[in-house]
Design a binder for this molecule. Structure first.
Ligand code: BGC
Length: 355
């Protein structure tokens, strides 16, 4: 980043400009495929806006998601009558919506549950920080928690919108995080009891040598574990899973001292180093009190910004599959830059490392 650019201000600016009047955050204003608002990305972005004191921005996003969820009450109530064995896109809440809150028209990896877990956690965090009460958002929280309670044990797309036939421990962890925090706000033990059962399942089948696995019953790690253990944490840093997962990610998925791969077989844009994961890793190190390590990662992130202070989704160096880079550029254009989620994770990491 050029010395004249203050990346903190640039990040807040990129996020503000990327927020539609509806409250939705666009994933990236310049990358056509990402002209939608992702529940996952937006939940972290709202948390970052709360972190920097932009509570109105976070509140507008939460109201937007609440509207999306409440308008799909009939879908959720139909599922509660007994979900079909084969779910179609019309049966579920989606991964992303247009900025107006409508379903997208292209084929997409629409059935992804962890975003709603993250949203519930981000909303709970927002209400704590602003000393707000859930008030008008209560029905949406209740519906989202009920939705997750019906479908949590179905296989679904993971954080990277892949492997829809597998169960993903990171997804389960993020779902439990959201349910737990909702139980407190709704003053209802039900979601908490379910969360406890899901955690037991996750720990029994979703760990490998003490760390969170990419799939149930597999010995591979995935950077998405950092999303489950990061700023919208499903587990407190003291949980043994967190230390073991971070050690294994550091050993297997980190390059250049701060960049993090999604997983070793990643071929999307050749499999580069993902800024949102670096931010989460730095945040977790900071939570452990390892501020030097956290700051080193934050500096690595800063060095990836362009001259105008835009952060990319991923840095295309040390690619895992270099021959898979160009085909993606031809298909969708250059790597998404700026990515609002990268800026959000930078803000969250920077605040944690400075504390
Ligand atoms: C990633 C998702 C992300 C989306 C928008 C996709 O390429 O796999 O995790 O939510 O981009 O940023």
């Amino acid at each position: 980043v050029s010395p004249d650019v203050d990346l903190y201000r640039a990040s807040v600016h990129v996020i503000r400009r990327g927020q539609h009047d509806s409250g939705a955050y666009v994933a990236s204003p310049t990358f056509p495929t990402y002209r939608y608002s992702w529940i996952q990305d937006g939940s972290f972005i709202a948390a970052a806006m709360d972190e920097v004191g932009e509570h109105d921005s976070a509140a507008a996003f939460h109201r937007w998601v609440a509207g999306v969820v409440v308008r799909r009450r009939p879908t959720i109530e139909r599922l509660e009558q007994g979900p079909p064995a084969q779910l179609t896109d019309a049966d579920v809440l989606h991964t992303r919506y247009t900025l107006e809150g409508e379903e997208g028209s292209e084929r997409w990896a629409n059935f992804q549950m962890h975003g709603y877990g993250l949203w519930l956690s981000a909303l709970a965090g927002h209400l704590e920080r602003t000393r707000g009460t859930a008030g008008e958002l209560l029905p949406a929280m209740d519906l989202a928690a009920r939705y997750l309670s019906v479908l949590w044990d179905r296989p679904c797309f993971d954080c990277w919108e892949e492997f829809p036939d597998r169960r993903h421990p990171a997804t389960l962890a993020m779902v439990t995080g959201g349910l737990r925090r909702t139980a407190v706000l709704l003053d209802d033990a039900g979601p908490d009891d379910l969360a406890q059962r899901i955690v037991e399942r996750m720990l029994a089948r979703g760990t490998t040598r003490g760390s969170m696995a990419k799939f149930e019953d597999a010995d591979v790690v995935d950077g998405s574990a950092l999303l489950a253990l990061g700023p919208l944490a499903a587990f407190p840093p003291g949980h043994p899973l967190v230390a073991a997962t971070v050690d294994r990610v550091e050993a297997e998925l980190v390059a250049e001292g701060g960049g993090v791969y999604r997983y070793l077989e990643d071929e999307y844009y050749g499999g580069g180093l993902w800024l949102p994961l670096s931010g989460s890793l730095a945040w977790i190190h900071a939570a452990f009190g390892r501020t030097d390590r956290a700051r080193a990662i934050v500096r690595w992130m800063e060095d990836t910004a362009d001259a105008d202070g835009n952060l990319p989704e991923q840095v295309s160096r040390e690619l895992l599959k270099p021959d898979r880079f160009q085909p993606w550029v031809e298909r969708w254009g250059p790597v998404a830059t700026p990515l609002l989620w990268s800026h959000a994770m930078y803000l969250l990491a920077r605040a944690a490392a400075a504390a």
